[in-house]
Write a protein that binds this ligand. Structure first.
Ligand code: PT1
Length: 266
């Protein structure tokens, strides 16, 4: 899954698709095409920055950022379009525009989100977050992060099922960096097999995140080697989909793991 941020203030690819405050649609479509050529099966389009400390965006602004790009990619490219949103109206309109997956960092907790997602008939990724991007890194605490994240996600699965979203439509994501210390993130990575044992496909996003900066002292532009190591470790522990800014490099890294897997099964 390749990341396409349509936010002028993205943490990691800081507005590279923007000319001033205007999204360059042609460049964004070209980015998606490059990701597809590099081995992405999915592109994840987000119009709300959710990095630590990010500010909320209005639903109208978010929809204006995301929907034109969803339409263009749906017309032009044979790739699954994921929409990274918590906004019910955007879920509905994105589905009508050709999206194939809803990715909600708030696990359908906004008013009307469960109903909107159910109505689309699309698969949904439910992610764990503690708090909101603006405050989530203020000293997060857990007695047992793996168990608590797992139990939260299972509660959201139940909420989905009550609205008619069947389990077969759900993916889970522990939400690396969303209200977690470095140690919590490491514990979640090590505990990923317990999450995988629930039987849902697991999506993980570790690409360029600040845990790498904190552990290694690397700026956001210097985090690729560590991101690749984390991607391989996640796949090894049961991750199904890797959300990444660097599709070609990540596809190669994961392909090396896959080659070794195949050897084991002959
Ligand atoms: C993610 C994810 C996401 N991450 C899913 N969607 C972001 N399903 C956006 C940092 O610590 O992991 N899974 N959508 C990006 N959010 C963050 C969070 C970016 C933390 C950076 C950090 O640096």
């Amino acid at each position: 899954m390749g990341v396409i941020n349509v936010t002028p203030d993205s943490f990691s690819d800081g507005g590279t698709l923007y000319r001033g405050s205007r999204l360059d649609l042609e460049r964004a479509v070209a980015r998606a095409r490059d990701m597809l050529a590099a081995g992405a099966d999915i592109v994840d389009i987000g119009g709300e920055s959710t990095r630590p400390g990010a500010h909320a965006v209005s639903p109208d602004e978010e929809m204006e950022r995301v929907l034109p790009l969803v339409r263009r990619i749906a017309e032009e490219l044979p790739v699954v379009i994921s929409v990274d949103t918590s906004t019910p109206q955007l879920m509905r309109e994105a589905a009508a525009a050709g999206a194939g997956l809803l990715n909600d960092v708030r696990a359908l907790s906004r008013d009307g989100a469960l109903q909107a997602a159910a109505a689309t008939g699309l698969p949904v990724c439910l992610m764990h977050m503690r708090g909101e991007p603006g405050n989530m890194q203020d000293a997060p605490q857990y007695a047992d992060v793996v168990t608590q994240v797992r139990d939260f996600l299972l509660d959201r699965v139940s909420a989905c099922e009550r609205l008619g979203i069947v389990r077969e439509r759900l993916l889970l994501d522990p939400g690396f960096g969303f209200g977690k210390s470095v140690t919590h993130n490491l514990q979640l990575l090590q505990g990923l097999p317990r999450m995988a044992a629930l039987g849902f496909p697991l999506l993980v996003g570790l690409s360029r995140k600040s845990m790498i900066g904190k552990l290694l002292g690397r700026d956001v532009g210097q985090r690729l080697p560590a991101s690749l190591a984390l991607a391989v470790m996640a796949v090894e522990r049961g991750a199904t989909i890797i959300r990444t800014h660097d599709v070609a490099a990540t596809a190669d890294a994961v392909a090396m793991w896959a080659a070794l897997q195949e050897l084991g099964s002959v």
